[in-house]
Design a protein around this ligand. Structure first.
Ligand SMILES: [Ca+2]
Ligand SMILES: [Ca+2]
Ligand SMILES: [Ca+2]
Ligand SMILES: [Ca+2]
Length: 401
């Protein structure tokens, strides 16, 4: 797939005249997760460790838009949520391995939580577990506390969970103002020149694993599918005399694989339903009509609907990572042709890629936000350290609203 052609304002103008979706990754994309930040998946990542391609980094974050001054109060992981990675390795839409992460209740500000990381088959058999600490967040330190990485000697899996710079980058108001200008009949592409990253200056809560590729692969060979699901117990009993008691089997709250699918392509009335559904439902065509309908309204042609359907419908809404494609370079890898839609790396400008496909390869300048506001780390967990409160007298352009 070639991803550089001249901007065609006309193509995007025609597209936006028909529909004005709100582009984002998956932050607050559906009404039920908008008010459940702890369960609200923001982005999912799957890429080979550029320092050692025999290991894959699987990661997702929740709870977008943590302002640095609240790192302490908002940085604890919810002990009543199960955070789950779904691994597919037989070439269909059904996960073949699960890795779940749960957290003990936070015992005090700045304290680490005990995380339990469990590998299992989907039916619960074959369980292997280990524990590790979260990386405590600070709302007072000028420099973010060090990332704490636990490597389990039995499985070879490394684990990180903590507050980081939100790795997603995109100008939401710029794009939506441009959309509005199109809808008003006066398309103004200069509104895309604003280039302000809506997510800059804010933090989110990241869960990241570095897993031997050999543990992830199956009969499909080198290609693995990766998605994330957050789950809560079926029942919560509340009373005026005690903390809530959660019982019953875990039920899905949010899910994500490929960026922008639920946010952009699923009609608003079905967004909650999409989050509860499975990747097998995707492959069975449960939302295919909605996705094709939205893309058709956006002016996407049959060939590009086919490309997008292949990514998010045919084998379910999962990132697909070919572990035989070498990932090299800084910041989690940046070599050409190795990133999204082959898995997803921190540096990948996924919005521009999706816009490029949705507009039949007509839009290449995208939103003019072409990189994260922070430089990603060169080693696991790769995501940048959290933004911290700034010194007195600092002219603050960190949050680029
Ligand atoms: Ca979400
Ligand atoms: Ca499978
Ligand atoms: Ca950022
Ligand atoms: Ca961009």
């Amino acid at each position: 797939m070639k991803l550089k052609t001249p901007l065609s304002a006309l193509t995007i103008a025609v597209s936006l005249a028909l529909s004005s979706p709100l582009f984002a990754a998956d932050h607050a994309e559906a009404p039920l997760v908008e008010s459940d930040a702890a369960s609200d998946i923001a982005d999912v990542y799957a890429f080979l460790d550029p320092n050692d391609n025999s290991k894959a980094v699987l990661a997702f974050d929740v709870h977008g838009f943590i302002v640095p001054g609240e790192n302490g109060n908002l940085g604890g992981f919810d002990s009543s949520v199960s955070y789950q990675f779904n691994i597919e390795n037989t070439g269909d839409a059904v996960a073949d391995k699960l890795i779940t992460v749960t957290f003990s209740e936070l015992s005090g500000r700045g304290k680490a939580q005990r995380s339990t990381i469990t590998l299992s088959n989907p039916d619960g058999s074959g369980k292997v577990s280990f524990t590790g600490p979260t990386s405590p967040a600070s709302a007072t330190a000028a420099i973010a506390p060090k990332a704490v990485v636990k490597t389990d000697s039995a499985t070879g899996i490394s684990f990180f969970a903590g507050v980081v710079d939100d790795p997603f980058f995109f100008d939401i108001p710029g794009f939506n103002r441009f959309a509005a200008s199109v809808l008003s009949g006066k398309p103004d592409a200069s509104l895309l020149n604003r280039g302000r990253d809506t997510f800059a200056g804010y933090n989110s809560q990241m869960i990241a694993l570095r897993v031997p590729v050999a543990m992830l692969k199956g009969s499909a060979g080198d290609v693995i599918g990766v998605s994330a699901t957050t789950l809560r117990n079926a029942q919560t009993l509340r009373s005026s005399t005690a903390d809530p008691v959660n019982t019953g089997a875990y039920q899905p709250i949010d899910r994500m694989g490929v960026p922008t699918i639920n946010t952009v392509l699923i009609p608003f009335p079905r967004k909650n339903e999409y989050n509860r559904a499975s990747t097998a439902d995707d492959a069975a065509g449960k939302f295919a009509g909605d996705i094709v309908g939205t893309l058709t309204a956006l002016g996407t042609d049959a060939a590009h609907i086919g490309i997008l359907a292949d990514v998010a419908v045919t084998k379910g809404d999962m990132l697909r990572l070919n572990t035989a494609v070498a990932n090299t370079g800084k910041q989690g890898g940046n070599n050409a042709g190795a990133g999204f839609p082959n898995g997803r790396r921190p540096v990948d400008d996924v919005i521009d890629t999706v816009l490029f496909l949705v507009t039949n390869e007509g839009l290449t300048t995208g939103d003019n936000v072409n990189a994260n506001d922070e430089v990603f780390r060169d080693k696991f967990p790769f995501f940048a350290a959290s933004h911290q409160p700034l010194p007195t007298g600092t002219l603050d352009d960190n949050t680029r609203n």
